[in-house]
Design a protein. Structure first.
Length: 415
C-alpha cells in the first residue's frame, strides 16, 4: 500500500489548521459541559461562565471591552451585520466600500443596490493601495457607513484603517473594517484604530469554522441582523455555539503569542519563496505592493499559463495553494481584486496566491521551490499563450496588456 501524500499547505488565508490546543479546549464542551448557556439552572450558568471567559479573551486580542464583542457565525455575517445596522440606525442610504473587498462585501453591496441603496466601490491603485483623497471625495451627506478591509486576502496589502476612521469621524460617518486576515499576523487595537465596527473569523486563526465576531464600539447604535432570542445581549439571536466560542477564545490567546513568529520566521519563509520564484522563473511578477503587506502573503503572476492548471499539478504532488479567495473558487472570471488593480485578464488568470502560517517549515518551502519551476516550464511549453510556442508565430505579445505588462513581455522588466 502506498504512503499517503504529505500535504504542503500554502493556503492559510483560505483557512487554517485547528491548533491542537484549540481542539483540546473544545472537547469538554462536546462531552461534559453540553448545557444551554442561556438556561436558568446551575448547569447552564456554568457553561455561560466559559462563554464569557472566551469573550474576554477575544476582546483582549483586539484591546476591546468584552461587552463590545458579539459572537456571530462567520466573518461574512459580521460584515453584513455592520453595514445592515448602519443603514437602519442612520436612516441613510449610501454605502462606501472598495473594489477589492472580500466577496462578503462585494456581493452584499450588489444585493443592497438591488434593494434601492446606493453603493460606491472605490477603485484602488495599481499596487492595490487606496487613495484616501478618493475616499474623502466619495463621502456624501447621505453616507451611512464606510467599510474598508484591514488587509486584502489575495495580495496581503494593508490599508491605512486608522486614517480611514479619522476621515469618517471628521465627516460624522460610521466606519467598519473587515480584519479577518489580520489576527496573529499584526497587533490590533480598536481604540487606536478608531473604528466603530470590526469583523473577525475564527477559522483564520487556527480555530474551527462556523464562529466569528463583530466588535461594536460602545455607544454605537446597533440593529441586530439575526433576529431571535435574547442571546448576545440582544444583538444576535440563536443558541450560542459553545464549543466553537470556547475554541475562539483559546485561539485568540494563541494568536497574541504568535505575532513574533509570524513577523520573523514566517515572513522569512514567505520572502524566501517569493524571491526564489521571481529570480528563478522568468516572466513572473508580484501582484500588489511589497509593503505594507501581511507577513505571510505573496501573490505572483506567471505569464503564459493558467493558474488552475498550475494548481492542479501542484495538488497532484501535495501542494495546496490558490488562485484567490476560496469564496470565488470555480468562477470563470479573473480575480476581481487583480482586475480592480488594472491587471489584465490574461495575467490575472495566471496568478497564484501563496499564504503561509505558523505550521509551515523550511522543508515546505524547499519542496515548493523545487517543484514549481518545472511545472511552470512544462505548462509554458504546451501553452498557446506562450509567444515561443511553435504554433504561435503570429502571437501579439502586446495584445490587451497595460504599458507595464508590454514592457515586461518584451524583456524590459522580468521581476
Amino acid at each position: 500500500m502506498s504512503q499517503p501524500l504529505k500535504i504542503h499547505y500554502f493556503d492559510n488565508n483560505a483557512t487554517t489548521r485547528i491548533a491542537p490546543e484549540v481542539a483540546d479546549a473544545m472537547i469538554p464542551f462536546l462531552r461534559e459541559f453540553w448545557g444551554n448557556p442561556s438556561s436558568a439552572y446551575g448547569f447552564g450558568a456554568q457553561v455561560n461562565r466559559h462563554v464569557e471567559n472566551a469573550r474576554e479573551k477575544v476582546a483582549a486580542l483586539i484591546h476591546a471591552d468584552p461587552k463590545e464583542i458579539t459572537f456571530t457565525s462567520c466573518g461574512t455575517e459580521s460584515n453584513n451585520s455592520a453595514i445592515h445596522s448602519a443603514l437602519l440606525t442612520t436612516g441613510k442610504n449610501h454605502v462606501i466600500t472598495t473594489a477589492v473587498e472580500h466577496s462578503a462585501n462585494i456581493n452584499f453591496g450588489e444585493h443592497l443596490k438591488k434593494q434601492g441603496y446606493d453603493v460606491t466601490f472605490l477603485p484602488v491603485e495599481g499596487d492595490g493601495s487606496l487613495d484616501l483623497h478618493r475616499l474623502e471625495q466619495a463621502i456624501r451627506p447621505d453616507t451611512a457607513i464606510v467599510s474598508v478591509m484591514y488587509a486584502n486576502n489575495e495580495t496581503g496589502v494593508i490599508f491605512p484603517i486608522e486614517e480611514v476612521a479619522a476621515i469618517c469621524r471628521s465627516r460624522g460617518v460610521l466606519c467598519h473594517t473587515d480584519a479577518v486576515q489580520v489576527p496573529g499576523k499584526l497587533p490590533i487595537d480598536v481604540k487606536q484604530l478608531g473604528v466603530d465596527f470590526l469583523s473577525l473569523s475564527a477559522h483564520k486563526l487556527h480555530a474551527p469554522k462556523g464562529i466569528g465576531m463583530l466588535y461594536v464600539k460602545r455607544r454605537t447604535r446597533y440593529q441586530p441582523y439575526v433576529i431571535g432570542g435574547h442571546q448576545e445581549r440582544g444583538r444576535r439571536g440563536g443558541t450560542e455555539g459553545v464549543p466553537n466560542i470556547v475554541a475562539f477564545g483559546r485561539a485568540a490567546e494563541l494568536a497574541m503569542s504568535t505575532l513574533e513568529d509570524e513577523n520573523t520566521r514566517v515572513r522569512g519563509l514567505r520572502d524566501r519563496l517569493e524571491n526564489h520564484v521571481l529570480r528563478q522563473i522568468p516572466n513572473t511578477i508580484r501582484n500588489g505592493a511589497k509593503k505594507p503587506r501581511l507577513p505571510n502573503t505573496t501573490n505572483i503572476a506567471f505569464d503564459f499559463v493558467e493558474a488552475e492548471a498550475v494548481l492542479l499539478l501542484l495538488d497532484q504532488i501535495g501542494i495546496c495553494a490558490s488562485s484567490g479567495s476560496a469564496c470565488t473558487t470555480g468562477s470563470l472570471d479573473p480575480s476581481h481584486v487583480l482586475s480592480a488593480m488594472g491587471i489584465s485578464p490574461m495575467r490575472a488568470r495566471g496568478s497564484i496566491r501563496f499564504s503561509l502560517g505558523i505550521y509551515n517549515t523550511e522543508e515546505d518551502v524547499d519542496y515548493l521551490i523545487q517543484h514549481l519551476p518545472p511545472i511552470i516550464q512544462k505548462l509554458r511549453d504546451i501553452s498557446p499563450l506562450n509567444p515561443d510556442h511553435p504554433d504561435n508565430d503570429q502571437y501579439d505579445i502586446v495584445g490587451a496588456r497595460s504599458k507595464h505588462e508590454q514592457e515586461m513581455a518584451l524583456g524590459k522588466d522580468t521581476h
